[in-house]
Design a protein. Sequence first.
Length: 327
Amino acid sequence: MAARAFDPLDPLDLKLLQALQVDGRAPFSRLAEVLGVSDQTVARRYRRLRTTAGLRVLGMTDGSRLGRQSWIVRLRCTPDAAEQLADALARRPDTSYIDLISGGTEVMCAMKPRSGQERDELLFDRLPRTPRVISVSAHCLLHSYYGGPLGWLNKLRALDAEEEAALTPPPVEAAGDPVVLDADDEALLAVLRRDGRTPLTELGTSTGQTESAVRRRLDRLRSLGVLYFDVQHDHAPLGRAADAMLWLTVAPSALADVGRALAGHPEVGFASAVTGQANIVAAVLCRDTGALYRYLSERIGVLDGVQAVETVLTLRQVKQLTYEPGR
């Protein structure tokens, strides 16, 4: 994504960002009450952060609750093809976190196919036959250590424990059989995928449901863990210039311990066990490359069981949760 000018964020901005990560649909009145400011102040800060920090609150779907798999795909390309391929992938509704890496000759993206047929069509048919794609490497996410409704903003420590507890939604139900969505669920999720803070009245109008029906569906989907709200934001206003993916090769007996350790690191916004030669992947944000070096040498290097690490620096992020051409 293109760089943008930004103002430094003050403590209230940071509190608001973390509060929205905790509960992206909390009304401005509730946010104001917890943060000790007026509704107007929260609304004004929210609008400003949308402009200066790329703030977006989006309704996301946990595919594992629907019996679906999630993947990270790496595509090596000729230098003239990477940007065009990344843009094409970014327009797909089943992709997120698309980055240009490796000197602009590799594209990395997260993908949530809706079915095995869609997965096979993309991974075994379409992508390998795309002109100027040299190789395709697909890695299935096996177990999440950190991510989904929990993101890097949860680790800002801007909110105190009482503020965070006041905003934390009820816990989701334990995972059971895959949830089956009906047409009305799908319609609601599609609107929230574009704007997670869409008011109930607009959700009803857009989906042809009553406001009370929309509220019940929202509560149900959230309680089942199918629907959660995530925050898209620029990293530079938060003082983070080094965005990297770490591919760790870990002894199988140490997978759980290393995964739990990564989940507790303030630099880590996502960590999961994956298929492939490297068996854990983590997304990290550091202040600069010097801080990234210190993190690798002082935090990753001391973890028992880590046998090798591939560090992949993001050159340009094409898509986070949603695609905004020209950003």
